[in-house]
Design a protein around this ligand. Structure first.
Ligand SMILES: Nc1nc2c(ncn2[C@@H]2O[C@H](COP(=O)(O)OP(=O)(O)O[C@H]3O[C@H](CO)[C@@H](O)[C@H](O)[C@@H]3O)[C@@H](O)[C@H]2O)c(=O)[nH]1
Ligand SMILES: [Mg+2]
Length: 191
């Protein structure tokens, strides 16, 4: 295994999140050493969840404006996604329960972790924890929509599972975490 030694860390931006330039020495097993620099954007870690109802063959997704997609080719900037949120002090399970209620209005208790993944490992530090959970009408306690004071304006979508799968093919769904969870649900015959 290569040995890595961090030589210096410069903060390039420290506004909402943090962008660092890290310079490090790599010592390879064969004794060669080199010095490299890379930038890393730290916006914390997150959790995401696919809510599904097997009897109804349906899933709950969200729709919201995502500025980075708008400036990179998404005409209206709106993106269909699984419910997701950043971890604060909470562990991933508690975070995703809270986020599910805020964004979708469903109060869930039992969540199952299915995997975790670095979503953009060349530039973003974030690791994302992936969950699935069953939902039903009785769990609906509010409209959801996200936090008003954060202007989240999240639309809640209840879709037939077959339609969600179709929307990946047509490109109407083009969010990585959402594609991963829909494919997991299909592979594991959840819905
Ligand atoms: N003012 C301001 N607000 C920001 C900024 N960046 C993010 N926010 C706000 O911070 C809040 C974060 O909301 P969460 O629901 O906790 O996170 P998320 O943005 O949905 O992130 C989730 O999805 C991401 C995309 O897949 C994931 O990367 C992330 O881990 C998480 O799961 C949102 O209200 C968002 O608008 C910023 O630069 N300025
Ligand atoms: Mg969110």
């Amino acid at each position: 295994m290569n040995q890595i030694e961090i030589l210096s860390t410069d903060i390039l931006s420290d506004n909402w999140y943090t962008l660092k330039k890290v310079t490090y020495q790599v010592k390879e097993n064969n004794g060669n050493t080199s010095v490299q620099s890379r930038e890393a954007y730290d916006r914390g870690n997150g959790a995401t969840i696919l809510l599904y109802n097997k009897a109804q063959q349906s899933v709950i997704l969200t729709r919201q404006f995502r500025l980075p997609t708008y400036i990179n080719g998404n005409p209206d900037g709106m993106l269909i996604e699984c419910c997701a949120g950043l971890l604060d002090k909470d562990n991933p399970e508690d975070c995703i329960r809270k986020e599910t209620e805020e964004e979708t209005g469903y109060k869930i208790t039992d969540v199952k972790k299915v995997f975790e993944a670095y979503m953009s490992p060349g530039s973003v530090t974030e690791i994302l924890y992936f969950f699935v959970a069953e939902y039903n009408k009785a769990m609906k306690v509010s409209d959801g929509g996200g936090l008003a004071h954060e202007n989240e304006n999240i639309e809640v979508l209840e879709l037939p599972f077959s339609q969600a799968l179709q929307m990946m093919q047509t490109g109407e769904i083009k969010d990585g975490k959402t594609i991963m969870l829909l494919q997991y649900a299909q592979l594991a015959s959840l819905v």
